[in-house]
Design a protein around this ligand. Structure first.
Ligand code: GLU
Length: 449
């Protein structure tokens, strides 16, 4: 694996010391800086005007109290975050995550990743991220609504079509976006569809947005497999998670002829050698909001639910980690390789630990980092913004065709950039460098701001 260039080492040291106790943020910065040695060797001007230091420092960080009343009449308090990371390419853009693990370091890592991801899409969007340590699990619909309304009561003053445009992430789907949009509209008395993406189709949402991240990751992995003269057809696939990224990855993999044999949630994983029954999974997860063990119970004979252990023990040709950060360890990577994995596509943000990434790359496994492979979601958010700005709405096919072309473009940009910088087949380097150069060029043009 690349070591950090001597000229960049002090930048990482500064990030670590100024952002104490934020290991995920350090990890995300380190991973990008490891790729930039080759860039500054070729183009030393990127070391000027503290450009890289500025890229590592969010433009603005907002932290706020979210008080709300639960169904029992008790007052609950959560913490809300919005990190507006970089606006060189466009308004801040990135999701909101509701999960008890959320803290400022997690949101900063996500905002940092988002900046490069969004740059890679080629669309005019900057990077941001937000969310709350609110745990939606077990909360009633009315509690979710009151929480979303309270969050938006503060957040609305920081948003705008030209300023900052959130969307969903873990724990935030169509229902939550609807409640937040409703509160924004009420507070401002303006129907500004372009202030949030991931909206429902009845109030300004885009076709294919829900499917986009999972579909996009599948398109990306298919493009990687093609470089080796193969495809998803007949492959055994494991997709971790069972949220919207996992579900629509499973759908597209099945359409491409692959067989998905396992998926998971935070309570465990299921193995279904007949191939995952997508309709059943959707009913359990999207409609009934139940645990994954319910899938094994309902599907019956031959389907196993495993509460402890790692989904990466399940042998497969292609692994698509689509749950959360650092869910795939070095040990998991060794197991997957031993079992014959040939490709990994990250549907989640930073799901593989740095050790796992190194192990995959050393073994010659095709490895697609999340900031490239899962960019289909935010790219389709940018298409939603485009439709809102022109007061138009496109068909599913038209939108999916655009998404497929964007993913092909991202794949090719990463592949070609890796070649250009002397690291053929290294999609991590390709993604980091191509994303960085686009942001850096804009930042240079805009001066020290
Ligand atoms: N949360 C998604 C991501 O990680 C989507 C963000 C968006 O659509 O703005 O890219």
């Amino acid at each position: 694996m690349n070591k950090i260039d001597d000229k960049l080492q002090p930048i990482l040291a500064e990030v670590v010391s100024r952002n104490a106790g934020e290991p995920e943020f350090h990890q995300a910065v380190q991973e990008v800086l490891e790729s930039l040695g080759r860039v500054v060797a070729k183009h030393p001007h990127y070391l000027e005007a503290a450009l890289i230091e500025r890229i590592c420092e969010p433009e603005r960080q907002i932290i706020f109290r979210i008080p709300w009343v639960d169904d029992a009449g008790n007052v609950q308090i959560n913490r809300g975050f919005r990190v507006q990371f970089n606006s060189a390419l466009g308004p801040y853009k990135g999701g909101l995550r509701f999960h008890p693990s959320v803290n400022v370091g997690i949101i900063k890592f996500l905002g940092f990743e988002q900046t490069f991801k969004n740059a890679l899409t080629g669309m005019p969007i900057g990077g941001g991220k937000g969310g709350s340590d609110f745990d939606p699990k077990g909360r009633s619909d009315a509690e979710i609504m009151r929480f979303c309304q309270s969050l938006m009561t503060e957040l609305h003053r920081h948003l705008g079509e030209y300023t900052d445009v959130p969307a969903g992430d873990i724990g935030v789907g169509g229902r939550e976006i609807g409640y937040m949009f409703g509160q924004y509209k009420r507070l401002t008395n303006r129907y500004e569809a372009g202030i949030l993406t991931g909206k429902g189709l009845s109030y300004g949402g885009s076709q294919a947005r829900t499917e986009a991240t999972g579909y996009g990751n599948t398109y990306f992995v298919q493009a990687m497999l093609e470089t080796k003269g193969t495809s998803f057809d007949g492959k055994r696939v494991v997709v971790s998670g069972s949220g919207n990224v996992a579900i629509y990855s499973i759908e597209k993999v099945q359409e491409f002829g692959g067989k998905v044999v396992a998926c998971s949630d935070s309570s465990g994983y299921v193995i279904d050698e007949n191939g995952i029954d997508l309709a059943l999974l959707q009913e359990i997860k999207e409609v009934r909001r139940e645990r994954i063990s319910e899938y094994a119970l309902r599907r019956g004979e031959g389907v196993q639910f495993i509460a402890n252990g790692s989904i990466w023990d399940v042998p497969c040709d292609v692994a698509m980690p689509s749950a959360t950060q650092n869910e795939l360890s070095g040990k998991d990577a060794h197991t997957l390789i031993k079992n014959g994995v040939i490709a990994v596509g990250e549907g989640a943000n930073m799901p593989s630990t740095p050790e796992a990434v190194r192990i995959f790359q050393d073994a010659g496994v095709l490895f697609a980092p999340g900031k490239a492979a899962n960019a289909g979601g935010v790219a389709t958010s940018a298409l939603e913004m485009q439709q809102n700005a022109s007061r138009d709405s496109w068909s599913f096919d038209q939108t999916e065709t655009r998404l497929a072309a964007i993913m092909r473009g991202i794949h090719d940009r990463c592949y070609e950039t890796a070649d250009e910088y002397g690291a053929p087949g290294d999609y991590v380097l390709g993604a980091n460098v191509a994303g960085f150069v686009r942001v850096a060029e804009a930042m240079r043009a805009l001066g020290v701001v």
